[in-house]
Ligand binder design. Sequence first.
Ligand SMILES: [Zn+2]
Length: 87
Amino acid sequence: MRWLKAIKYNCLEAQQNGVRNQHEYIGPVKWIKLKYHLVFCKLCKKFLADAKKLDAVIEQHTNDLSHQPSFTLSPEEKDSIKKKLNP
Ligand SMILES: [Zn+2]
């Protein structure tokens, strides 16, 4: 049982490493500790699933905005800004 205590995570550490793991490589030791924690902690498992869904929604919204902005300047407004930048 001593080795189980050695790889024990607290929830804050698990959530921080779990979010990092969704974006970058966290290394094998942290990854194993995270997976072990997630076997027993349903709250962290749910938190990381929600974080993943939230990331997907934000990425989709960002992609939509870059292709179809919700606000664009009229040609007159663009000319006005250009004149102010290059008097
Ligand atoms: Zn936890």
